[in-house]
Design a protein around this ligand. Sequence first.
Ligand SMILES: [Zn+2]
Length: 246
Amino acid sequence: MKNNRFLLHELSWQDISKIDKDKTIILLPIGSTEQHGPQNPIGTDFLIAEHIARKTAEISPLTYCLPTIPIGVASHHRNFPGTLWVSHEVFEEYVTEVLNSLHYHGFDKVIVVNGHGGNTSSISNAISYCNDTLEMTCILFEWWKDQSLIGSIFDGLSCGHADAVETSVIFAARPDLVQSDKFDSLTSASKWGREIGGLYLSSRTDQFTSSGIAGSVEGISQEKGQKLLEKTVYLLEKAIKEISKS
Ligand SMILES: [Zn+2]
């Protein structure tokens, strides 16, 4: 354990003025506020990203975690109550300007810890701009990308939406918010979207899943979710060590 001062927003400006910026890595958690099935909180994506980023910052030297950006690109979930969203354009500009403000203060090494697939292209564009134009070193980290790791823990499953994998992860991160009494009655679409030969025929989630879930709901396990979270934190910690050398 490093110490308990790894959340940048808990420091004062005088504390921050003393940080060696060249050696520091900043973690920026970003998620979404959108439906995640009947059993999970609508904050699932940003709560998972925040959990991973904070756990990693806690154990990594010279690493600080920013406050989480909780609302992203999620209009495809709009017909489920509580879902919030902003447009691609606004989101990309917002993330770019947050990264730019870090650059202004001398923090040029940033890992964006994203918890929502709908945000990926906007964040990638923001990162490209900051790396190319501001000469920052920004990297995108997404916990569901290591399919072989997920498959090894969840008996060959890949990650869907509010499915067994994602539900297990939020169940491990925030057991107080997951409604496990609903697990036995969950229904789901077997895959994301109606699709023919790679051509997607639906633009809104409610067109292919009435519960909001896509993917298998068999085998939800807090223990497996915890294992995946621990391995993910380990991977991110390893990435931080590599970036620190550059
Ligand atoms: Zn999600």
